[in-house]
Design a protein around this ligand. Structure first.
Ligand SMILES: Cc1cc2nc3c(=O)[nH]c(=O)nc-3n(C[C@H](O)[C@H](O)[C@H](O)COP(=O)(O)O)c2cc1C
Length: 135
C-alpha cells in the first residue's frame, strides 16, 4: 500500500500534452524502483520545502499517449505556475484507481476531472492522519 509513501525529485519537462488538456503535470525524476504500483493516488506535495499543498499523482507509462518510461507525474490542485527545475516532494496518501488506456485524450481528460474530485474528498479525510501530521 502506498499510504504515506514519500517520493522526491527534481521536476522535469514532460511531453507538454498535459497542458493541452488542462492538467499540466510535474514529471518528477524519481528512481522507478521506488515507485508504487501503477495508478492514480491522492497526494500532498511540497515545492522547494514549502507548505504541503493538495495534489493528484499518476504512476505509470501513460498508455493513452504511448508513453515509454514508468514515471511519477504530479498535478497540483489549485495551482497555476511553472514548476520546472523545482524540487518536489510528494506523499501518496490513498489510491484512487488503476492505470488505463483511454481511446482519446478527451476521455482521459473527463476521467482526470473525476479523479481530482475523488482525490479532494480523500485528502480532506487524510489531512489529520498521522502520516500527514508528521510530514
Ligand atoms: C490524475 C491523473 C490521472 C491520469 N490517468 C492516466 C491514465 O489512466 N492513463 C494514461 O495513459 N495516462 C494517465 N495520466 C497521464 C497523462 O497521460 C499525462 O499526464 C498526459 O499525457 C501529459 O503528459 P506530459 O506531461 O508528459 O505531457 C494521468 C494523469 C493525471 C494527472
Amino acid at each position: 500500500m502506498a499510504n504515506g509513501l514519500r517520493i522526491a525529485g527534481a521536476v522535469r519537462h514532460g511531453q507538454q500534452i498535459g497542458r493541452t488538456i488542462g492538467f499540466p503535470t510535474a514529471n518528477v525524476g524519481a528512481d522507478p524502483a521506488v515507485l508504487p504500483e501503477d495508478g492514480i493516488y491522492a497526494s500532498f506535495s511540497r515545492v522547494d520545502g514549502g507548505p504541503l499543498v493538495r495534489s493528484v499523482s499518476y504512476v505509470g507509462r501513460r498508455p493513452t499517449v504511448d508513453g515509454q518510461d514508468r514515471e511519477l507525474e504530479v498535478f497540483i490542485l489549485d495551482f497555476n505556475g511553472d514548476l520546472y527545475d523545482r524540487h518536489l516532494e510528494t506523499i501518496l496518501v490513498a489510491r484512487v484507481r488503476g492505470d488505463r488506456k483511454f481511446a482519446s485524450l478527451s476521455e482521459l481528460k473527463d476521467q482526470i476531472q473525476k479523479d481530482c474530485a475523488v482525490a479532494r474528498s480523500l485528502l480532506a479525510e487524510a489531512w489529520s492522519s498521522p502520516e500527514v501530521c508528521a510530514a
